[in-house]
Design a protein around this ligand. Sequence first.
Ligand code: COA
Ligand code: MG
Length: 299
Amino acid sequence: MSNAATDKPVWRSLLYVPVNVDKFVDKAHTRGADGIILDLEDSVPPSEKAHARTLIDAAAEKVSQNGADVLVRINRPIEMAIRDIEAAVSPRICALKLPKIESASHVRLIAELVGDLEAARGMTVGSTWLLPMVETADAFFSIDEIAKAHPRVYTVLLGGEDFALDCGFAPDPEVYQYPKQQSIFAARAAGLTPMGLIGTVADFSDADAYRAVVKHSAKFGFEGASCIHPVNVPVLNEEFTPPAEDIAYAQKVIEADKAMAAEGRGSFEMDGKMIDIPIVIRAQRLIARAERIAARGNM
Ligand code: COA
Ligand code: MG
């Protein structure tokens, strides 16, 4: 169980599971995802919403058996959102994914409700992370404020299909590059972990194309992503884990830097490349991230 008030979980892969589909819920813990998103929103039809809320607690217990963190995606209309949040806030639920966020104050109002529920339920106040999703052209221009809205914000996400729908563009990777990159800058500027793919979760079934999208996304700075089918989970875990050769190279950079610093050098040559402070810091971050991934231990 992670705690927003203390430590930040590392999520390479978050698997969406419609909470009302028993056969998906029953085996979800075997898929190797770092986190499971129990969905109450668009994968659940309107007639099932009320019933779906009653399933969260038992589903959370099942899907977390192998150590996955559990998230819940709520609905946007406020009347439904409040009921969803009341049903979801519990020590079993690590985070709430918030669709169609319009502004920073929208996030703060939700944070207030979550905090009151945590207190009333005897939980540590601040233990539930929030993942606001920007899915409209209007919210897009507030993405940096949304990222900085509250200490509970784990990351700011740029929605796929809904954002394309609102903006009237084709959901193709090339069109997503600009808005998705903006979410990376907004997340980094707020000190958060960028998550997402330069593409859409809907394109899940072409294995080679999917891996190419994940590789491309990792290169741009994303550190994890959501998916809608178990077949995508190992690809996300692999591509968002630093490769062994990168880890070895980073260790070599750090060692060389120590030795050169002792000689009073801040920049030096190694294997035909110039090494200086940003490259050393990148190496240190890569090692720290690799250690956090190894510490998950649920693979
Ligand atoms: N979570 C957990 N298990 C899932 C799953 C999911 N999201 N999607 C499929 N599975 C399971 C199936 O139960 C099946 O299990 P098995 O090992 O017992 O055979 C296996 O994975 C293969 O499923 P498959 O037959 O290929 O899937 P499908 O054709 O029935 O369904 C989708 C495809 C896309 C409709 C389905 O994956 C899905 O509903 N995903 C979630 C969609 C969602 O959450 N959308 C909202 C977020 S944008
Ligand atoms: Mg959506």
